[in-house]
Design a protein around this ligand. Sequence first.
Ligand SMILES: [Zn+2]
Ligand SMILES: [Zn+2]
Length: 176
Amino acid sequence: MYIHASQMRGSTHPVDMFFLRPPMEGIEGRSDTIRITATLRREEDGYLFAGHIATSVGLACALCNSVSQQVVELDFSLRYGLTGRTGSPSVGLPEDHELTTEECDMAELDDQGRIDLTRFSKDQIYLSLPLQPRCRRDCRGLCSLCGTDLNNGTCACTLPVSDPRLAALAQLRNRF
Ligand SMILES: [Zn+2]
Ligand SMILES: [Zn+2]
C-alpha cells in the first residue's frame, strides 16, 4: 500500500485506506485489517502526514502466555522531507549536534516519492504496543510451582503467604 505523495494535486490529500496487516514479529493470532484515516498536507519543505490508525493485534499475555486480541488505536503526525534530499536528517551535521524534535520526526519518502503505508503502519503499531501485555487486567498468571493457569482453576500447590497484612496479623498473634 502506497501513497504517491510526489504526484498529489492540491495542497491537501485525504487518506482513508483499509488493508490487511502483514505478518509482524511478536504478534500472534489472526491478521486483522488496518484502517488509516489521515490527511497528507503539502508544506514548503515537504509533507505533513497526520491521522489515525486502527487495527487489532493478538498479543501473548506476559503472565499466563495466552493470546488475546487487543484493539490498537493511535494518532500519528509525521513530517516527510522532499525526495532527493539527504538520506538521514542528521547527515552532514556535526556529531555532537543535538537533534530537535522536528528533525527527529522527519521521515523519508521512498525513491519513487511514495509513503509505504505497510511499513509505516507496522512501525507505528510496534511503537504503541505495551511492553508487558496482559490478557486481562486481573490475570492471575501461572502457578510458579506447577505451571497451572490460575485463570482456569487452582492447583494443589501451597505458596507461602506473602500478604503483608496477614504477616502483621501473625506477628500480633505471636505476642499474646
Ligand atoms: Zn494472562
Ligand atoms: Zn501449582
